[in-house]
Structures are given as C-alpha cells and as structure tokens.
Unconditional design. Structure first.
Length: 356
C-alpha cells in the first residue's frame, strides 16, 4: 500500500481551503443573474473563475480516499462519528453557555442529529461511502484488468452521459451530491493507484498543472456562454466531465510531487475540521452573513483581500479547535480500551471460576 506522503496531505489541506472558497462564492453570494452580467460582466467573470478554481474541492478529497482506500474498522467509524458530533455538540454547548443560543429540544436535536446527518449531505454520504468501501476495494483487488476497465468506462458513461449531458430522471448522481457520485470518484482514485503504469498517468506534474489551468479557463468560458444563452447544463456539477477532468489533473499534479513535511502532515490531520466547523448548523448563517457584508461594503479588490483574510482566519481557527477534539478523542478512546480490557478479564475470570 502506498505511503501517505506530504504531497497528498498538502493536497488535502488545499481541498479544504477550496471548500471555503466555493462556499463563500455562489453559495453565500448567490448565483449571478443576467442583470449582473449586463451591469458588471467582469465581476461575474471573476466569480466564475474562482468557482472554477475551487469546484474541484470535493472530488479531490474523495480521490485521495480512493487512492489510499478506506480501511473500514470499528475504530475508523467511531473516529468519524465522534469528529462530526464533536463539532455539532461542542459548538452548541458553547453558544448555550454564553447565552448566544437557547437551550431547547429543537436546537438540541439540530446539534445532536439533524444538523450532523440530515442537513449536511456530504457527512452522511461519506459515511455511506465508508460502509460500502469494502465492496469497492474487493472489486479492484480481485477483479481482472479487463473487467475493471470496462466497469470504469460504464460508470463514467452513466455519470457523464446519462446524468450530466442527458440527465435521466432519478439517475442517482444529483449533480454530484450523492453517494453514487462519491463511489464513482472513489473508484477513479483506486483506478489511478491500481493502473499507475498507464501512459496518461505518467506525465510530469507541470503537464497536469497546465491541464488544470486550461480546465479553469475553459470552465469559466463555458459558464459565461451557457449562462448568457440559458443553456441547461450545470458547469458546476461535481459529476460534470469537465470538473472531473480538472479534479484528476490537479490530483495527478500532486501525485507526481514527492516531499515530506511534519507541519503539513500535522495540519492535514485536522483539515476536515475546516469543513465541519464552518458548515455547522449554528455557524454557517454567521459565515454567510459576514461574506455578504464584506461583499456589500467593499469594492472588488478590497473585498478579495478581506475575504481571503477572513477565510484564512476560519481555516486557522478550525485547526486550533480541532486540537481540543483530538485530545478528547484520545482520552475517550483510551478509557473505552481500558474498559474493554477490564471486561474481558472479568469474563475470563468468571469463566475460570465456573470451570473449577
């Protein structure tokens, strides 16, 4: 199994920062209108540019998971669930303690269950991907090369043709907001690892980076064209073939860069906290309102500087907050391991006393 080097850990950090960018653009500020295009076409073009730069974020995160595979264990499930619930509950209790939020049944249910599982699609979808990953792993481990190639071609055809170019009602990809899409991207990551000797996977990092740049420019261009003429295709869909190609290009760029850094690896351990913190049910409304405030109060370039500083602050704060989560997780997991061993000893002693 490939070693987790710092190149992929750095890419994991980048993917989480790109999540901040993509959420602060169209999600917070709203999709541009035709009147926006008429009044300030350059601003719309720049927003489309940054959306193109950052829209690869989710695909990158899942490609990394597929490349290294998800090793399903009880410990990994518990760690994932604890990480998700920590932010929901910790933030809620913090707000209640400082009287910034009412302590009631509705808010408690949002913190404990609904905001974590039902209102955050990626969290629930990624959990489902974790649970289904052993089946996907077995296919790549035991499948014949010809079968894998055919399966990936078929999967790509379904994702691109039947669910993007010609959307099929109930097709299952939902523009990339589905478990099926995460499975597809996971399989692409595993495919790259399994068939790393293929020619198209062995160009230099510069070539892949240039492909990514071409993707950003091209996707921005077709966004303006589709938008202006009201064409039906969603260029921001995670299952768009253009977005997937851009994601693969940036992924392969970092796959070719080899380096080790303790700092990068340390930060990457907490990178998912960036997503969990700012998309929290109680936090995101404030995140959105502040982005809107910055946009209203500033012209284009001052807004760009201030939003960059704001997103960097959110990123750093999330990393720092996650250190508390890591400490509490270590303490709780140590306690349960000790309890488990104690119960095993009790059962063993009880069994021996019954025997004699």
């Amino acid at each position: 199994m490939a070693k987790r080097e710092s190149n992929f850990e750095f890419l994991r950090i980048i993917s989480m920062f790109l999540v901040l960018i993509v959420h602060s653009d169209f999600l917070c500020l709203g999709y541009p209108t035709l009147s926006d295009l008429d009044i300030n076409p350059w601003q719309v073009a720049w927003r489309g540019f940054f959306e193109s730069v950052s829209i690869v974020c989710v695909n990158l995160f899942v490609l990394i998971s597929g490349y290294f595979t998800i090793k399903l264990r009880f410990k990994s499930i518990f760690s994932y669930l604890y990480q998700c619930l920590f932010y929901s509950i910790f933030i809620y209790l913090f707000l209640v303690f400082f009287k910034l939020c009412d302590f009631n049944f509705f808010n408690s249910s949002q913190a404990i269950l609904i905001s974590w599982f039902m209102k955050n699609q990626f969290i629930s979808n990624y959990l489902a991907l974790m649970l289904i990953s052993p089946l996907l792993n077995v296919f790549f481990e035991r499948g014949k090369p010809g079968e894998i190639h055919l399966a990936m071609f078929s999967f790509s055809f379904i994702a691109f043709f039947m669910n993007w170019l010609v959307p099929v009602e109930g097709g299952g990809f939902l523009g990339g907001y589905s478990v099926l899409h995460l499975m597809f991207i996971y399989c692409l990551g595993r495919y790259i690892y399994t068939f790393s000797n293929l020619k198209w996977l062995n160009y230099s990092s510069l070539v892949y980076f240039l492909v990514y740049i071409v993707f950003v420019i091209f996707n921005t261009f077709i966004f303006l064209s589709f938008f202006k003429y009201s064409l039906p295709w969603n260029v921001w869909a995670y299952n768009s073939p253009i977005v997937v190609i851009g994601s693969l290009a940036l992924f392969m760029c970092f796959q070719k860069i080899k380096f080790h850094s303790y700092i990068v690896n340390f930060l990457a351990q907490s990178s998912f906290a960036v997503f969990l913190f700012h998309t929290n049910y109680f936090v995101f409304p404030h995140f959105k309102n502040y982005v809107i405030h910055l946009n209203i109060e500033n012209s284009f370039f001052p807004f760009g500087f201030k939003i960059s500083l704001f997103l960097l602050t959110v990123f750093v704060f999330s990393i720092l907050l996650d250190q508390i989560r890591k400490l509490t997780y270590t303490a709780i997991s140590t306690y349960f391991r000790s309890l488990y061993k104690f119960l095993l000893r009790k059962i063993a002693l009880s069994f021996q006393s019954d025997m004699f």
